[in-house]
Design a protein around this ligand. Structure first.
Ligand code: SAH
Length: 368
């Protein structure tokens, strides 16, 4: 029995065409045009499945807005700049960012906003959230649709939502990890029949001696390449924040979350969020190979401290009624903290920029 309409569709496809790569399973779960997780809902917030930094505190978006204004200065203050956000969720971060950026009016008036979003439900949310802004804005399905010219790109918790491929090491090479039907007719993980040719030459050198059974993940989409190429050739800077590892490492990081709890990724396809860690080493080398300069990655806590989170929080606290001050403190602690449920260490930030930009704010070795 299929638990969801999408599970029925996935079984049908497996019966007709054989086991499907993990990447295809993840793509269907997240963005199937009718039953996909992001197609059908707004998953964010306390009542949803997960909560993100901009939804925890306005300070997050504000600091990113000031980061963007400062990057714009270092780009030589172009008269027209595309401010791009990838996967803007509810639009909260952009709203906070542009409010904070009002302190630099010349930057505010140089902006055309480009929002790259696959979810029709969230697109509508963003439209409502940003409706009152005095900035021209356009939506796109993909980053490639953003018109040429200098750009500032922001993305929080977007890359972890991009589907991953997985390969499993065996004694004679690497095999694609697939989703198949087991002998009881249930969805199960398995392995393709054929070895992936020459895969040993594609995995990072540090993984060539990985033990039998090790899993390697990669993203076949070329988004880090596209960002690197664009910024290197047309000018600009990107700030990408997500959870993941600084160096490529073996491991199965595919995870499913529903109602703020981990669940089995094969259960309830289309009704739970599926993500996988971002491999920042892969990200950096893709962007660098296109001529862009990479800054970091550094921990989110360090980035936010470098950008002055403590000062901003103190200002907010001073202006807040006493019962709100504790809320501000606990939100900031969640963004900076190093515990397993906090985001300061788990999340990393990477900067990508045209070499002409020089240093990027927030990535300096010492706090400003
Ligand atoms: N940045 C927001 C939302 C994070 S959730 C925040 O921090 O609150 C992930 C976001 O990425 C959602 O808006 C989701 O719809 C979007 N998304 C997922 N896959 C995408 C893709 N392939 N292209 C563009 N947006 C995508």
């Amino acid at each position: 029995m299929a638990s969801t309409p999408l599970e029925a569709e996935i079984r049908r496809r497996i019966m007709l065409a054989g086991p499907m790569p993990v990447r295809q399973f993840m793509t269907l779960c997240l963005s199937h045009p009718e039953h996909g997780y992001y197609t059908t809902r707004d998953p964010l917030g306390r009542d949803g499945d997960f909560i993100t930094s901009p939804e925890i505190s306005q300070v997050f978006g504000e600091l990113l807005g000031l980061w963007a204004a400062s990057a714009w200065h270092r780009m030589g203050q172009p008269e027209n700049v595309r401010l791009v956000e990838l996967g803007p969720g509810r639009g909260t971060m952009m709203l906070d960012a542009l409010r904070a950026a009002q302190v630099v009016p010349a930057f505010r008036s140089a902006i055309v906003l480009h929002l790259v979003e696959i979810s029709p439900a969230l697109r509508e949310r963003q439209r409502q959230a940003l409706a009152t802004l005095d900035v021209p804005m356009l939506w796109h399905e993909t980053f490639d649709e953003v018109p040429d010219g200098p750009a500032i790109v922001l993305a929080n918790e977007m890359f972890d939502a991009l589907p991953v491929n997985q390969a499993i090491k065996q004694f004679n090479g690497w095999y694609e990890r697939v989703v198949e039907l087991n002998s009881e007719g249930n969805l199960a993980f398995g392995m393709a029949n054929e070895v992936i040719p020459l895969f040993d030459q594609l995995v990072p050198a540090s993984l060539r001696d990985a033990p039998i059974g090790a899993i390697y993940e990669w993203r076949a989409d070329n988004l880090p390449l596209a960002i690197g190429r664009r910024l290197a050739h047309q000018g600009g800077a990107a700030l990408v924040i997500d959870y993941g590892h600084v160096e490529s490492a073996p491991g199965d990081t595919l995870q499913a979350v529903g109602s703020h709890a981990f669940v089995n990724p094969l259960e309830s396809p289309g009704q739970v969020d599926l993500t996988a860690h971002v491999d920042f080493q892969q990200f950096a080398s893709a962007a660098e190979s296109m001529g862009a300069r990479v800054h970091g990655p550094i921990e989110q806590g360090k980035l936010l401290r470098n950008l002055g989170i403590e000062k901003r929080a103190a200002t907010l606290r001073a202006a807040a009624p006493p019962n709100k001050a504790a809320e501000i403190d606990s939100a900031v602690k969640r963004l900076l903290g190093e515990g397993p449920t906090e985001m300061g260490k788990l999340f990393k930030a990477i900067g990508i920029a045209s070499p002409a930009v020089g240093k990027l704010p927030g990535f300096e070795p010492e706090p400003q």
